[in-house]
Design a protein around this ligand. Structure first.
Ligand code: 4AD
Ligand code: MG
Length: 433
């Protein structure tokens, strides 16, 4: 048996009157006396099917009685153009088989509270809206991969179990690793730094883990981290690469995912506006601006969601904030020789108040400086011996960055919370399902 997909029908690949075989899940049913409507759902869309009871075999009518939301079926029917049907096509069912029954499906079409939905995330993901998010998510990673390949990068696969921290002890997940302790990685950066000495330009897409105690709309404890590291790149080169990457993804998604974007009322023009160069602002300027807006911030404070929102809510394109004070950034960042006390770094903030999506910097290459910076973190220097080796054997200028995949998706689709941007969100209060 050859099966088609709903999208093939909706795209008009068949002639009126042709018969098709489809399979999927029952999205909804409607019994109007002689007419029985069944909306079928598969990975590609929704399609209305109909049975005229008066000229239908009793055997098929018996089957229909057993069908309810999310019953899995295969069916065979004739294609009809119908203006009134969503998508413009309808299938007149000749035959139908039940593949898997469904009883009392807990998610009805009425709205549910978010906790209820999250407890049923394994089922919620079947909804057309969640499917569209998953499709966009796949597109983003696909086009990122395409971008990096075109730019001469090699994709690499760093470990998730690590002996040491990268981004600060406060958000480390510690675990028992046989007779010692280990951590879930906060960032693959240090491993990417090792790999540039083999491949020069590398990138990875891997989970990062943060034991974030803060419960916000934009923090997960496990998120997907798209990281790149580039030999011979300055921080400026690094920023140019980021602009190009983000613009490329926006353009591709705007072109290729029009249908899914519509679900979220996102017009492609909003994404096509994202083009290099992005605006830039020094941390000091950002502080001044926030103070003028009445924020109680001073030089040396890190920005939270509120500050980032205030800085970007009136913008339509992303904003780089550069030159953060060294002491509020990670140990590996290089000091800016032209602006002592600040790092050669940039955070990329998304527009419309969404805030940080990328953290990046040029890396400290000097052995002694790096030893001192690691010592200041209070971490045992032995754990970083391998990392320090990279500064001993042919050290070169290099830079890199990390992009939070769910943060980008959240902004792309104007989601109000990050938890919808990942299939099975992990937050301090949630590890089920
Ligand atoms: O700014 P961060 O902490 O930078 C790093 O980890 C660097 N080592 C990256 C690098 O240079 N290779 O994290 C990078 C990005 C943030 O900008 C944010 O988008 C995302 O990761 N991120 C989170 N996303 C979701 N939930 C969390 N708890 C996140 N923490 C960071
Ligand atoms: Mg950051």
């Amino acid at each position: 048996m050859v099966y088609s997909h709903i999208q093939d029908v909706l795209l008009g690949k068949f002639k009126e009157g042709e018969t098709v075989n489809l399979r999927g899940w029952v999205y909804l049913t409607r019994d109007l006396g002689n007419l029985y409507f069944l909306v079928l759902r598969d990975a590609t869309g929704l399609l209305q099917t109909v049975i005229r009871k008066s000229n239908t075999e009793p055997e098929l009518l018996e089957k229909i009685k057993q069908i309810s939301q999310e019953t899995a079926v295969s069916l065979n029917g004739k294609i009809k153009k119908d203006e009134r049907a969503p998508g413009g096509y309808e299938i007149e069912i000749n035959n139908l088989n039940i593949l898997g029954l469904s009883r009392d499906y807990p998610l009805s079409k009425k709205s549910h509270g978010v906790e209820f939905l999250l407890n049923h995330r394994h089922l919620w993901l079947r909804s057309p809206r969640q499917r569209d998010i998953l499709k966009i998510r796949e597109s983003v990673t696909w086009y990122a991969r395409e971008f990096f390949r075109r730019e001469g990068f090699t994709e690499v696969h760093p470990p998730m179990l690590t002996p040491s921290m990268v981004e600060g002890g406060a958000t480390l997940f510690e675990l028992k690793y046989f007779d010692r302790n280990a951590y879930l990685t906060q960032s693959s950066q240090l491993y990417l730094e090792a790999l540039i000495f083999s491949l020069e330009k590398v990138w990875c897409l891997a989970p990062s883990f943060r034991a974030e105690k803060s419960r916000t709309r934009r923090h997960l404890t496990e998120y997907w981290h798209l990281e790149a590291e580039e030999a011979f790149y300055s921080n400026e080169d690094n920023m140019k690469l980021q602009e190009k990457l983000v613009s490329y993804i926006c353009k591709k998604v705007a072109e290729k995912n029009r249908e899914e974007l519509e679900t979220f009322q996102v017009r492609p023009e909003r994404l096509l506006k994202i083009k290099p160069p992005f605006k830039r602002m020094k941390y000091q300027e950002a502080i001044d601006k926030l103070q003028r807006k009445g924020f109680d911030v001073k030089y040396g404070d890190d920005f939270g969601a509120d500050e980032e929102e205030a800085l970007t809510k009136d913008m339509e394109t992303p904003l780089f904030i550069t030159n953060y004070p060294l002491e509020i950034k990670a140990f590996y960042m290089k000091e800016d020789p032209n602006n002592p006390g600040t790092a050669l770094c940039a955070d990329l903030l998304l527009p419309e108040g969404y805030g940080e999506v990328i953290g990046g910097s040029e890396r400290e290459t000097n052995y002694e400086v790096l030893v001192k910076r690691i010592e200041e973190t209070g971490q045992p220097i032995e754990n970083y011996k391998w990392y320090l080796d990279l500064r001993k054997y042919g050290s070169v200028q290099h830079s890199g960055f990390g992009l939070g995949l769910e943060r980008l998706i959240m902004w792309l689709l104007k989601l109000s919370h990050i938890r919808e941007a990942v299939p099975f969100p992990r937050t301090p209060s949630r590890i089920y399902p």
